[in-house]
Design a protein around this ligand. Structure first.
Ligand code: MEV
Length: 425
């Protein structure tokens, strides 16, 4: 069949079994036997569970989980599982945490576990009047919201506050209601979305306007996690290293081009723990970057200072909408096992550890960048991947990687040539 005859309109695709779907995809894409077998291989998740988690499942993707050592958070030593495809990320956390472990490690806190749902009301000619009308209904709104989730209320959560904002928009003023809900150990997206949808008709009836969107805000600035730590100047290599790191921070604080990369490094650590625990990486990432831009200028999520004694003090504050119940966290067996490794029993406890990992990650990146540069450590690990991609197996991997690093040429073409030379003896 010519490519132009292929159709992506596969009738009943969603009703097929995983194996049938894979067959259809393989036929469409002309997959060879090796690719079919690769996709068909089960990972450490029951294929039936995978099939229920999302739609149109054909396979699963395994990502390595590394464990960060040396982390001490609020006086407790913890091992932190991190799911990531990027080399150096786990090693950076281990090294950074080691350098502040004996000085006490990380001290953390949270602002609470409050999520925000937004209800967008348009088509009112008197937005101020509508705003006050909604605010007057606070008691009825609280009752309706809590009625949506009696279980949450029995666990100490539920409706907490009401805000109504007038947002100027291209289409005229919008009256935007914020429901502020304590979702406790749940990330809470489903909970607050249900409440917003239930309330919308009432808001229309009270104001005569039209509601369109009813959805949580990922700028979860009522659910902040914070961490701070002190790195003794002698533990990090002296004042010159410290001052280079402070200068790196000043760069990120001042320049959005640098801040985006600085914060990406932080999210290397944050997202790895969020993923390992089955939480929503995109929700946490959206919240982090929006929070970094809350002043109107995108800037660093961390702050770095020098103490009176000359030590390096770092801190981080960012939204951390993660949960222990609901979603993949509850049903994915690997996520459950990762939570057991962490030894956390509340969402707030998890959020605090993740903030600490973000700070450690940032320390590691800034230190490497301000001293030897990132490539030295990165290339050593990256060389393993290049060696494997070139076809090295078993003991060949380490041997070939060492050659690439020594030659300072961690490249696919060089790896292939060196592997051929090694094998030729
Ligand atoms: C790479 O994934 C992350 C870094 O670029 C972070 C940074 O520049 O701070 C090393």
């Amino acid at each position: 069949m010519s490519l132009s005859n292929l159709t992506s309109r596969i009738s009943g695709f969603h009703r097929m079994s995983t194996a049938e779907r894979l067959e259809a995809v393989a036929a469409f894409a002309g997959l060879d036997e090796a690719s079919r077998a690769q996709l068909a291989a089960p990972g450490n998740i029951d294929p039936h569970l995978a099939d229920h988690m999302i739609e149109n499942v054909v396979a699963t993707l395994a990502i390595p989980i590394g464990v960060a050592t040396n982390m001490r958070v609020d006086g407790r030593d913890v091992l932190v599982p991190m799911a990531t495809e990027e080399s150096s990320v786990v090693a950076a956390v281990c090294n950074s945490a080691r350098q502040c472990h004996d000085a006490g490690g990380f001290t953390t806190s949270v602002s609470g576990t409050l999520m925000i749902a937004q209800i967008q009301l348009v088509g009112v000619s008197d937005p101020e009047n509508a705003r006050l009308t909604i605010l007057e209904q606070r008691a009825a709104i609280a009752e309706l919201c809590d009625g949506c989730d009696p279980m949450l209320v029995s666990l100490g959560g539920g409706f907490r506050d009401l805000e109504v904002r007038i947002v100027k928009s291209l289409g005229g003023p919008m009256v935007v209601t914020h429901l502020i809900v304590d979702t406790r150990d749940a990330m809470g997206a489903n909970t607050v979305n249900t409440m917003a949808e239930a309330l919308a008709p009432r808001i229309e009836a009270w104001t005569g306007g039209k509601v369109f969107l009813r959805i949580l805000s990922n700028l979860a600035d009522r659910r902040l996690a914070r961490a701070r730590a002190l790195w003794p100047v002698e533990a990090i290599g002296g004042p010159e290293v410290r001052d280079g790191m402070i200068s790196a921070y000043h760069f990120a604080e001042a320049d959005p081009y640098r801040a985006a990369t600085h914060n990406k490094g932080i999210m290397n650590g944050v997202s790895a723990v969020v993923l390992a625990t089955g939480n929503d990486t995109r929700a946490v990432e959206a919240g982090a970057h929006a929070y970094a831009a809350r002043s109107g200028r995108y800037t660093s999520l961390t702050h770095w200072e020098v103490t009176a004694e000359g030590h390096l003090a770092g801190s981080i504050e960012l939204p951390m909408p993660v949960g222990l119940v609901g979603g993949a966290t509850r049903i994915h067996p690997t996520a459950r096992a990762c939570l057991k490794i962490l030894g956390v029993d509340t969402a707030a406890g998890l959020a605090r550890i993740i903030a600490a990992v973000g700070l450690a990650q940032n320390f590691g990146a800034m230190k490497a960048l301000a001293t030897t540069g990132i490539q030295k450590g990165h290339m050593a690990l990256h060389a393993n991947n290049v060696a494997i991609a070139a076809g090295a197996v078993g003991a060949e991997v380490a041997r070939l990687a060492a050659i690439l690093v020594e030659r300072r040429q961690v490249r696919q073409d060089v790896a292939a040539a060196e592997l051929a030379r090694m094998r030729a003896g």
